[in-house]
Design a protein around this ligand. Structure first.
Ligand SMILES: [Zn+2]
Length: 265
């Protein structure tokens, strides 16, 4: 039983295969998918999709690539979507200085505004941060709200330590399985068990041994398998720990996940 803590089921790459991929996840031991919005449209659709499947939850936010659509009405819309029973987080939000798609000042300003929505709604947040750790961290500190996770973590042990010191979570994607990513595997080894999450970031970043294929939530099992090896524990114990971490960070998933457990006993 696996949780995919970060997938983009509404990516255009799935097209007509969307329902098929959801069924495939359900049949292959995925007990929950956190379906992540990245702009207004996908956030809105994520909330709608979550009403059709019990094990699909939604997160709503505007990704740095789409930050040009952030304005007063977008802010109100996100605040409204965040109140849905199946919306468990604000995200993904953050800073991306790698691809230089949108203005950095704008990214910083509206990242801060979305963190404020999370704080006001008392919801956790999901961070996308690429080549921008210092600014990301300064903005989080400025808002003074640390209830969140860095998704598809791609920094070093020093950065991880700062996040951990504030009680935040670290989520690893298939990237950690890539042959060249020994340093990232050392970070995974370092992060304490009670602060870990795993994800696919589907349809991107398919893990080894399916690297290069279109990713889907089922493939999170390969990230768990590596995690179990690195942490030297069996996969069932690891899955139970990750489930408890997920419930702690995303309390709106609690009653669903605990009901599932009863059914499995
Ligand atoms: Zn993502």
């Amino acid at each position: 039983m696996y949780i995919d803590s970060h997938a983009h089921l509404l990516s255009e790459e799935y097209g007509d295969d969307l329902r098929k991929e959801i069924e495939r996840a359900r049949k292959n031991g995925i007990i929950l998918v956190n379906n992540i919005g990245y702009n207004l449209k996908s956030s809105d659709e994520a909330v709608k999709l979550s009403s059709e499947y019990d094990f699909i939850f939604a997160s709503v936010g505007i990704h740095p690539y789409d930050i040009n659509e952030f304005d007063e009405s977008a802010k109100n819309k996100l605040a409204l979507l965040s109140e849905n029973a199946k919306t468990i987080a604000i995200g993904e939000i953050g800073l991306d200085y790698f691809r230089k798609i949108t203005d950095f000042d704008k990214q910083r300003k509206y990242f801060a505004e979305q963190l404020i929505i999370a704080k006001e709604k008392n919801l956790p947040f999901i961070i996308h941060s690429r080549e921008a750790f210092e600014d990301t961290w300064n903005i989080i500190k400025e808002i003074g709200y640390f209830n969140g996770v860095f998704h598809s973590f791609d920094y070093g042990i020093n950065e991880a330590q700062k996040i951990l010191d504030k009680g935040m979570y670290v989520s690893f994607s298939g990237m950690v399985t890539f042959k060249s990513r020994e340093t990232l595997r050392n970070v995974l080894k370092y992060v304490p068990m009670d602060r870990l999450l795993f994800e696919t970031d589907s349809p991107y970043l398919a893990p080894v041994p399916v690297r290069g294929k279109r990713n889907n939530p089922e493939f999170v099992k390969f990230v768990y398998a590596l995690g179990a090896k690195i942490k030297n524990i069996d996969i069932d114990t690891l899955s139970e720990i990750i489930k408890n971490n997920f419930i702690k960070l995303f309390p709106k998933s609690k009653s669903f996940l605990l009901t599932e457990r009863r059914e499995n006993v």
